[in-house]
Design a protein around this ligand. Structure first.
Ligand code: SF4
Ligand code: SF4
Length: 246
């Protein structure tokens, strides 16, 4: 068990020194049935390292119903790029130590119809204790709230996992009431909702995200800024609006 603790300390410290604001380890046996794009992606690994890169509060506060703002679009893209760089660094370090590692891309939709990536970064982050799944369907960290972008590395390196965090939204329903598309449904659950549909109509949300994706591409004449973003359910969440200095 000593090597588990030492490996965990070293890999999480590398994540933080590389730019992650939060990082933790999930025991995959807790979420073994999680659907993944490749079907059996999780079967080859024992742990997931979950990292989060905070979004600047100024960029999030600039989001409006009519326009998420170019600063938020930039923050979204640059956080994803940083996450891919950090997770690649972590996987290189793990592989260099003789173990397997696989990076789940930070923000790559591989199932366009259902608006899904390779696997849910939120599910890994929740299992790692990095945050809880909020009523907005996002990962809510106790310090940063949902103002985070997430990344994941799967591995068989012996690690010491954290404990999953139960939902702490309480009676709050701000995100549900503020969603301009009516995509969020109020529901109560402890760890994970029984299905995404229990809390969220992904088609209603996707329609709004696509609208802004085209708007940013046209406005900047740069395909790289074609961000599928909205951000209202991030901005209204009271958690993460002010951050204690550590
Ligand atoms: S991103 Fe926008 S449309 Fe989608 S759930 Fe959040 S507030 Fe609603
Ligand atoms: S706005 Fe309220 S209900 Fe929604 S995720 Fe944040 S704390 Fe939870």
């Amino acid at each position: 068990m000593e090597s588990h603790s030492k490996n965990t300390e070293e890999v999480l410290s590398l994540a933080r020194s590389s730019g992650a604001g939060v990082a933790g380890v999930a025991d995959l046996s807790l979420i073994r049935g999680l659907p993944t794009f490749e079907g059996v992606l999780l079967n080859h690994y024992r742990y997931a390292i979950s990292i989060g890169v905070p979004l600047p509060n100024m960029a999030v506060e600039g989001i409006t119903i009519e326009d998420p703002g170019i600063l938020y679009a930039h923050a979204y893209h640059s956080a994803n790029a940083l996450i891919d760089s950090i997770t690649l660094k972590l996987s290189g370090w793990i592989i260099g130590n003789g173990y397997s590692a696989l990076v789940i891309p930070a923000s790559l939709r591989v199932d366009l119809l259902n608006n899904l990536g390779h696997a849910s970064h939120k599910a890994f982050a929740c299992a790692a204790g990095v945050g809880w799944i909020g009523r907005n369907g996002l990962l809510v960290n106790p310090v940063y709230g949902p103002r985070l972008r997430l990344g994941t590395v799967l591995t068989d390196m012996p690690l010491k996992p954290g404990k999953p965090l139960k939902n702490q939204c309480g009676s709050c329903r701000l995100c549900v009431e503020s969603c301009p598309s009516g995509a969020l449904k109020y529901s109560e659950f402890e760890l994970y909702p029984s299905a995404r549909e229990e809390i969220f109509d992904h088609q209603k949300c996707a329609a709004r995200l696509d609208k802004f994706k085209h708007m940013f591409a046209q406005r900047t004449h740069q395909a790289a800024y074609a961000a599928p973003i909205c951000g209202i359910c991030i901005k209204v969440c009271p958690i993460g609006k002010s951050r204690p200095r550590t």
